[in-house]
Design a protein around this ligand. Structure first.
Ligand SMILES: Cc1cc2nc3c(=O)[nH]c(=O)nc-3n(C[C@H](O)[C@H](O)[C@H](O)COP(=O)(O)O)c2cc1C
Length: 286
């Protein structure tokens, strides 16, 4: 049976590092059908924060290409996410998609059937920031089975295909096709639960900044590690069903209080539009 892989690339650059490296990974898999979805070819608008989508019968009201992108992903056996670092984090188009996570829950079961790996790029390794941890958290929260992830230092377009990176492409390809061979190389300490390398430090405990698992790390070993399970299906249900939905109901019950607050604050400050001059009183100029 033919197998298929979708490359989801985050860079606007055609045939830059994201696109070419993802293609190299795909070629190494020997999967029959390769398709490329460039996030920047599509319109993604900001989440309105209305929480309407928490009701599975309601689709997101934002008119853009989000559902097209998500439904396209469900048609493939595998997905390779290939995302560049822009200013210490994932490129904005990826974050725009990630911000709409609440309306993706209906697709969670479909995504659970799809294997995924991520390739994350930055021009200087020490400037990689939060990109890889965030990209992988989003992929996991969407429901994909993440079996590999690597950071690739590549500044100029094409550098991702330097000889040193080809074994990384090969290992990601293997992890994608063979979940028994996961591939998560890291030079720094990672959270045993979610793989993020971002930690808060409280007293002696390291707290994973993304999944909230925590423990003490001493002499190369984790002591009294608590796994939050945030990115498991159970954790996902607990957050959305057990916390967010009751919060939305709580908000509905406080409508009068919020109306009063809005009334109190609504006229403070001049609203900037294209027609107001800076530091004007808000009236339209000549
Ligand atoms: C606007 C902009 C911001 C960037 N910010 C960072 C950064 O903070 N850290 C980093 O390591 N690389 C940064 N880079 C470098 C890219 O992540 C890197 O060149 C990547 O390989 C680009 O992938 P592409 O060729 O597919 O576009 C930035 C590049 C651009 C264009």
């Amino acid at each position: 049976m033919a197998t298929s892989v979708l490359l989801v690339t985050g860079s606007f650059r055609r045939l830059g590092n994201c696109e070419m490296f993802a293609k190299e990974v795909a070629v190494q898999t020997q999967i029959d059908q390769i398709a490329v979805l460039r996030l920047t070819d599509f319109t993604l608008k900001p989440c309105m924060g209305c929480y309407r989508c928490l009701n599975p019968e309601h689709r997101c009201q934002v008119k853009d290409d989000l559902y097209f992108i998500l439904e396209t992903m469900t048609a493939y056996d595998h997905v390779i996410f290939s995302i560049p670092t822009y200013v210490l984090g994932p490129v904005g188009q990826f974050k725009l998609m990630a911000d709409r996570l609440a309306c993706m829950s209906g697709l969670y079961p479909a995504f659970q059937r799809i294997g995924a790996v991520s390739a994350v790029f930055g021009g200087i390794e020490s400037w990689r920031g939060v990109t890889q941890s965030m990209v992988n958290a989003v992929i996991r929260m969407m429901g994909f089975r993440l079996t590999g992830s690597a950071f690739i230092e590549a500044a100029l377009p094409g550098e991702s295909l330097d000889e040193a990176h080809i074994p990384v492409a090969r290992a990601l390809a293997e992890a994608l096709c063979n979940p028994d061979k996961p591939f998560f190389p890291s030079k720094t300490l990672v959270c045993p639960s979610c793989g993020s390398d971002l930690f808060f430090v409280q007293e002696r405990r390291l707290i994973c900044a993304l999944c909230d698992s925590s423990g003490e790390y001493r002499d190369g070993a984790w002591l009294s590690f608590h796994d939050s399970g945030r990115f498991s299906e159970k954790g996902f249900v607990e957050h959305f069903e057990g916390w967010l939905k009751p919060k939305v109901i709580e908000y509905a019950g406080k409508k009068d209080y919020h109306r009063m607050l809005r009334e109190r604050y609504k006229d403070i400050g001049v609203k900037i539009t294209r027609k107001t001059a800076p530091l004007s009183d808000g009236s339209e100029g000549e």
